[in-house]
Write a protein that binds this ligand. Structure first.
Ligand code: TXA
Ligand code: MG
Length: 329
């Protein structure tokens, strides 16, 4: 058991990372569990701390595109357009990593990419983590800082609840601005493929590119990304999505918590009520989604009921997370 500390000491955090230890870091999307991406022993500690059943590929975090160029073969034209518009920010790029170059350190281990020829690259916007990355001469591999399968953390306290005793330090950067994981984009010839919906909406990506993208985020397909696994992001309390009045009738003999988007669900008989956004704003709802799921999980209810949000903007990414959290489809 480690004594897990929470604080804002960048020097302490960077020293831990340089010595192969784990540090939870704030980003604008969710908190990440970071290790030196070039150090396989350090990366193994991530899988251990998270209790991940298999070695899934990890996103690497860098401060700027100058640093990215050391690790990838090329940056496709579409990626450049998106990079200009959305980075630093909640967008992750799948780019071809280069083969080993003798006598250099610039090689992302296969453990990080799970054998794939592509590496997932992200430039987080959170000022504290940007500052940290600038102090390091290696990228940080970082999945979301939650035990495998549970809701992603959006505060330092959430990280502490899940990983207390398993990591030495949590860098506290306050609550996450966006609250949903990054959108993952892949590039195949002239085609841009969205592999996970997240902090940048599909509409915004298409507007920036001036063309349609392909969506490959299905739950049924064999998952390329484990964020695509069904029953990810799940609460311990069963969660159901659908017409809330009908669901409330079905579970009328149980203690019910409802998670409303805005003013909806007011006519639903419930023991506990939560609201994602007073003004029914999708960006605000995204920011509050995971912390609200945690509150609903901890309030003493036996079931959690909620309704689908509008399929637009971040509503699509929110619905994706609900679909994966739900106990039935
Ligand atoms: O917002 C985020 O992206 C957060 C913060 C901490 O940056 N990170 C995050 O990491 O959500 P994680 O591990 O929970 O999800 C990473 C996703 C996984 O679904 C993984 O399969 C996919 O990225 N991924 C990573 N490397 C990949 C690769 N080389 N090829 C395909 N998918 C990859
Ligand atoms: Mg995750």
């Amino acid at each position: 058991m480690l004594n897990t500390k929470i604080g804002t000491d960048l020097k302490y955090a960077s020293n831990l990372l340089k010595n192969g230890h784990l540090v939870a870091i704030p980003t604008e999307t969710v908190y990440g569990l970071a290790a030196n991406a070039l150090d396989e022993d350090a990366v193994l500690r991530i899988f251990k701390a998270k209790n991940r059943p298999q070695f899934n590929p990890l996103i690497i975090h860098l401060p700027d595109w100058e640093a990215v160029k050391k690790y990838v073969m090329e940056i496709p034209a579409d990626a450049e357009v998106l990079a200009k518009k959305f980075t630093p920010g909640p967008l992750t790029f799948l780019l071809k990593k280069h083969p080993p170059i003798p006598n250099t350190q610039y090689r992302i281990p296969d453990l990080v990419t799970a054998g794939s020829p592509k590496v997932a690259i992200r430039l987080p916007a959170h000022p504290l983590t940007r500052e940290l990355l600038l102090q390091l001469d290696f990228p940080l591999a970082a999945p979301s800082a939650n035990p495998f399968g549970y809701v992603s953390p959006t505060t330092a306290q959430h990280v502490f609840e899940g990983l207390n005793g398993k990591i030495p330090y949590i860098l506290d950067g306050g609550p996450c601005e966006i609250g949903l994981e990054s959108t993952i984009v892949d590039f195949d010839n002239q085609q841009v493929i969205v592999r996970r919906q997240g902090g940048v909406s599909v509409e915004d990506i298409e507007r920036a590119l001036g063309k349609k993208v392909l969506l490959k985020t299905g739950v049924e397909e064999h998952p390329v990304a484990p964020g695509q696994l069904k029953s990810h992001y799940a609460t311990a309390t069963p969660l159901f999505v659908g017409d809330a009045v009908t669901l409330a009738r079905r579970f009328s003999n149980q203690k019910i918590a409802v998670i409303a988007f805005g003013e909806n669900m007011e006519d639903v008989a419930a023991d506990f009520r939560f609201q994602l956004s007073k003004a029914a704003n999708l960006d605000e709802a995204a920011k509050h989604l995971f912390s609200t799921m945690r509150q609903a999980d901890a309030c003493g209810a036996e079931v959690i009921l909620t309704e689908w949000l509008p399929e637009e903007g971040l509503g699509r990414a929110i619905n994706d997370r609900l679909r994966r959290a739900t106990h039935e489809t």
